[in-house]
Design a protein around this ligand. Structure first.
Ligand code: OGA
Ligand code: MN
Length: 279
C-alpha cells in the first residue's frame, strides 16, 4: 500500500490525509481506508493536491457517484458538470456568499447528497474558513425529553424557505423548472453507514414541521440550531493551497465565512455525491 497517513483533526470531527497524489491510481485497500475514515470522521481534509477539473472529478468518484447540480448554468467554464463556489456573485446588487449560514446541502431533494466536496483553486490571504459542526454528538447530548420529542418529527425542506436567514444565488427559470418537489425529511436521521443518529437541520430550506404551527416549529429549530452550533461540536477548516475537503452532509452542518477582503478571489471547484432517502 502507498505510504500515507490519516490523522484526526479534533476528537470528534475531521481527519487529515497526507501523502497521496490523487492524479495517480489509488488501490482498493487505500480507497477502502479513505471511505472508512470519511464515515468515521465526517470531514476529510486531503492535503497537497494539484487538480484540473477533470482530475478532481475522477478523484471524487473514489467516494461515490456524482450527483448532478441544480444550477445547470453555474459551472467551471468548459466543464458543465464541475460546479464551483466563488465570492463574485451578485443578486440585486448584493454580494452572495454561498453557504454563509449553517446548513446541510441540497436538503430539498428527496435524496440529498451524501457528500459535498471542494478543491481550493484561489484563496484569500486570510479568512474564508469553513466551519463544520458534528450533528451526531449534538444529537447525543440533547436531554432525553428533547430526543423523545423530536425523534418522530418530519420537516418540509423547500428550495428556499420563506423563513431562510439568507437569499440564495441566481437560479435560471430552466433550472427552477427542474427542481424536485420539496423534500420531507426526519429531523433525526440514522446514518446508513455508521449507524449513529444525527440532527438533520437546515434553516435555509426548512419551511415547516409536519403537525406543528410554524411559530412553534421555528422556535424548536432555533433552539436546536443554537445547541448544535456550539464550539464544542466544531471543526473549523483553515484552507491551504492544494486542499481537497469532503464532508458528510448526513453527519455535519457547515458554513462559509465572509470575513476577508472581497477584492481577493475565493474560488473552489465543487462536486456532490449521491445520497439516499433520509431515514
Ligand atoms: C458549499 C458551501 C462553504 C464554503 O459549497 O456547499 O457551503 O466555505 N461552501 O465555501
Ligand atoms: Mn453548502
Amino acid at each position: 500500500m502507498a505510504s500515507f497517513s490519516i490523522a484526526p483533526l479534533t476528537d470528534h470531527t475531521g481527519a487529515e490525509v497526507v501523502g497521496l497524489d490523487f492524479r495517480k491510481p489509488i488501490d482498493a485497500d487505500t480507497r477502502a481506508a479513505l471511505n472508512d475514515a470519511f464515515v468515521e470522521h465526517h470531514v476529510l481534509v486531503v492535503r497537497d493536491q494539484d487538480f484540473s477539473p477533470d482530475d478532481f472529478k475522477v478523484a471524487v468518484q473514489l467516494f461515490g457517484e456524482l450527483q448532478p447540480h441544480d444550477k445547470k448554468e453555474h459551472h467551471v467554464p468548459g466543464f458543465p458538470d464541475v460546479s464551483y463556489v466563488s465570492n463574485d456573485e451578485f443578486v440585486n446588487g448584493r454580494r452572495i456568499i454561498p453557504g454563509e449560514t449553517f446548513h446541510t446541502d441540497h436538503s430539498n431533494h428527496p435524496r440529498p447528497p451524501k457528500a459535498t466536496t471542494l478543491f481550493a483553486v484561489d484563496l484569500p490571504s486570510s479568512g474564508g474558513d469553513t466551519q463544520y459542526v458534528n450533528m451526531h454528538d449534538a444529537y447525543d447530548d440533547l436531554p432525553e425529553a428533547t430526543r423523545r420529542k423530536i425523534d418522530g418529527l418530519k420537516a418540509v425542506h423547500a428550495y428556499l424557505s420563506k423563513y431562510s436567514p439568507r437569499p440564495l444565488g441566481y437560479l435560471s427559470e430552466e433550472s427552477q423548472k427542474k427542481l424536485p418537489p420539496p423534500g420531507v425529511h426526519p429531523l433525526v436521521r440514522i446514518h446508513p453507514e455508521n449507524g449513529r443518529k444525527a440532527l438533520f437541520l437546515n434553516p435555509v430550506r426548512m419551511e415547516s414541521i409536519l403537525g406543528m404551527e410554524d411559530a412553534d416549529a421555528l422556535k424548536l429549530i432555533g433552539e436546536l440550531m443554537a445547541h448544535a452550533t456550539q464550539k464544542k461540536y466544531e471543526y473549523r477548516h483553515k484552507w491551504r493551497h492544494g486542499d481537497w475537503v469532503l464532508w458528510d452532509n448526513r453527519s455535519v452542518m457547515h458554513q462559509a465565512n465572509p470575513d476577508y477582503d472581497m477584492n481577493e478571489r475565493r474560488f473552489l471547484y465543487r462536486l456532490m455525491l449521491k445520497g439516499e432517502v433520509p431515514a
